[in-house]
Ligand binder design. Sequence first.
Ligand code: OFO
Length: 165
Amino acid sequence: MLTKEQLKRLNDQVNREASVSRAYLAVSCWAASKGLDGVARFFKGHHEEEEEHMHKIENYIISTGGKVVIGAIEAPPSEFKDVLSVLKMALKKEIEISSSINEMVYLFLEEKNYSTFNFLQWFVAEQHQEEHLFRSLIEKAELIGTDKKGLFWIDKELKNMSLNK
Ligand code: OFO
């Protein structure tokens, strides 16, 4: 059983996951239109993962007898500067998601709701991986550069990562 405030926090998180999911979908479509198939595939995969995260929370809310409220989300941009800026945007979004997850973990522990605290541990581990992934991609992209050769490498690398998932 969730309190009103706890339910609101989880529903807000459903909304945040939906917002990140849309942003990644927009990046995927933008990359596809630029012929960057690897980048497009990679972000499509991440879009799908964020949808799964959203459904995970929805299902959890329902399992407690709570009501899922699907809120409005702001439309993401449809134009992006380049691949490096897109990776930086993704890292920023993942850090924001991590901090909202961490705030919830704190709240649920404080309020002795151990079931939800336990449920959120999966997200804590997932966010650690996601932040690490985007951070290391940014480091590599900065090292190799984003001229034509660098861009070719990044696109290939992201394609391989999507295929080997
Ligand atoms: Fe990586 O954002 Fe979902 O949890």
